[in-house]
Design a protein around this ligand. Structure first.
Ligand code: PLP
Length: 386
C-alpha cells in the first residue's frame, strides 16, 4: 500500500516542470501538426502567407497599427534602437533587474547602458530612479514589464514626454497584459511607448517552437524603418539605404503562433488560476512575500516569483529539487555586478533593491497546465520545508 502510494507520488512529481510545453502541445496537436505540414507542403518557408496572417492577427489582438515580425526578442530590441537612430555614446536608461538581453543590445550598439534600481514590490523600473539618472545625453528609456506585469507607464510616459525621450518597451515577458490609465483607458503592454519589443521564445507566454520575436508601433514611418533594418537595410530589392541586419520570423513559427494566439487569453487565465492558488497557500506566511498586484496593470504571470525572508534559499532549492520540484532564481546577479557590464560608475551597494531581490527571489513552476493536485504538492512542500 505504502509502496503503491510512493509510486503514484513519483509519477506525479516527475511530471512537474517549470514550463510544460508538451502538455500544452497535446491539446492543440492536430491543429499545430496540420499547420506545420501545410507550410512544408507549400514550401513557403520564408515570408510566406502565414507570416502575413500572423502579423495582421497580432495587430488586431493588440490594437496596434503595425507589427513587425523578426527572429527573436533580442533582435527586436536591437532593431528598435537602430531604427530610432540611436548613435554611439547616446545614453539609454534601463532596469538593473532584468534579463541580460536588454542591456546587451544597448552595449552592443555602442550606446551607453545607464542602469537604475527597481521597485521592491513590483520588480519594475522605478520612475523616481529614472529621474535621477537622466543627463543631456539620455535618448531613451527601456522599461521591462518583468514577470508579466506592466511597469508604471503613465508616469514614465509623462516623464519621457517632458524630456523628449524614446520609450522602448521590453514586453518579452508580458505579451497580452492590459495597462489601465488613471482615466480608465486601457492599452496592451508594448503599445504605449514609442515601440514595443517582444519574444516568442518557447517558454514565453506566447511561445513558438523555436525562436521568434516582433516589434509593435503605431508610428507608420518607424514601422517602415524597422522593416527595412530587419531586412538588410533594404528599401527596394537590392537597394540598401542603411546598414541593417537579417532578422526574420520563419513561416513555420508564424503558423504555430497563429494557433497559440487564439489561446493566449485562456493561457493567461490558466496562469492566473495557478497564481491565485499559490497566493492563497502562502498568504500570511511571515517568510514569504507573494507577488504584488497593481491597479495600473493586470498580471499575465510569465513567472510567479516569491521573495523569501530569513530563509536559506540554496538549501530550500536543494530540498525542493529532492522532491522533484523545480524552482528557478530569476535573476541571481544584478546587471551592474555582471563581469560583462562592470563599469567604474557602479559598485556593490549602488542598487540596494535589485541586490536584495537577487538574493531573495524564488520563482515557482508556472505554466498553463498546472492542476490542483500538482499545485498542492508544490505549496505543501514549500510550506513544510520553510
Ligand atoms: C526573453 C527575453 C528577451 C530576449 O528574447 P529572445 O527571444 O530570447 O532573444 C529580452 N528581454 C526579456 C526581459 C526577456 O525575458
Amino acid at each position: 500500500m505504502l509502496l503503491l502510494y510512493y509510486q503514484e507520488m513519483q509519477k506525479l512529481v516527475q511530471k512537474i516542470q517549470m514550463v510544460d510545453l508538451k502538455g500544452q502541445y497535446k491539446k492543440i496537436k492536430s491543429e499545430v501538426d496540420s499547420a506545420i505540414q501545410n507550410v512544408i507542403d507549400t514550401a513557403a518557408f520564408i515570408n510566406g502567407p502565414e507570416v502575413k496572417f500572423f502579423t495582421t492577427e497580432l495587430e488586431e489582438y493588440l490594437g496596434v497599427k503595425h507589427v513587425i515580425p523578426c527572429a527573436n526578442g533580442t533582435d527586436a530590441l536591437q532593431i528598435a534602437m537602430m531604427a530610432l537612430g540611436l548613435k554611439p555614446g547616446d545614453e539609454v536608461i534601463t532596469a538593473d533587474f532584468t534579463y541580460v538581453a536588454t542591456a546587451e543590445v544597448i552595449a552592443l550598439l555602442g550606446l551607453k547602458p545607464v542602469l537604475v534600481d527597481v521597485h521592491p514590490d513590483t520588480f519594475d523600473i522605478d520612475v523616481r530612479a529614472i529621474e535621477k539618472a537622466i543627463t543631456p545625453k539620455t535618448k531613451a528609456i527601456v522599461p521591462v514589464h518583468l514577470f508579466g506585469q506592466c511597469a508604471d507607464m503613465e508616469q514614465l510616459m509623462a516623464f519621457a514626454a517632458r524630456h523628449k525621450l524614446f520609450v522602448i518597451e521590453d514586453v518579452a515577458q508580458a505579451i497580452g497584459a492590459d495597462y489601465t490609465f488613471s482615466d480608465g483607458r486601457k492599452k496592451k503592454a508594448g503599445t504605449i511607448g514609442t515601440i514595443g519589443c517582444t519574444s516568442f521564445f518557447p517558454s514565453k507566454n506566447l511561445g513558438c517552437y523555436g525562436d521568434g520575436g516582433a516589434l509593435y508601433t503605431n508610428d507608420e514611418n518607424l514601422a517602415k524603418i524597422c522593416r527595412m533594418v530587419a531586412n538588410h537595410g533594404q528599401s527596394v530589392q537590392y537597394v540598401h539605404d542603411s546598414i541593417g541586419i537579417n532578422s526574420r520570423l520563419d513561416s513555420i513559427q508564424a503558423a504555430v503562433l497563429r494557433i497559440k494566439l487564439r489561446h493566449l487569453d485562456e493561457y493567461a487565465a490558466a496562469r492566473n488560476k495557478a497564481a491565485q492558488f499559490y497566493d492563497r497557500a502562502f498568504a500570511g506566511n511571515q517568510k514569504i512575500k507573494i507577488p504584488a498586484r497593481v491597479k495600473h496593470s493586470n498580471h499575465v504571470f510569465h513567472q510567479y516569483t516569491l521573495q523569501l525572508k530569513g530563509v536559506d534559499r540554496v538549501r530550500l532549492r536543494e530540498q525542493l529539487s529532492a522532491k522533484e520540484i523545480p524552482v528557478m532564481i530569476y535573476y541571481p546577479i544584478p546587471l551592474h555586478m555582471q563581469k560583462a557590464y562592470a563599469d567604474a560608475r557602479y559598485k556593490k551597494g549602488d542598487f540596494p533593491v535589485t541586490e536584495n531581490l537577487c538574493s531573495s527571489v524564488l520563482s515557482l513552476p508556472m505554466h498553463t497546465e498546472l492542476d490542483t493536485e500538482t499545485l498542492s504538492y508544490i505549496t505543501d512542500s514549500v510550506l513544510e520545508l520553510l
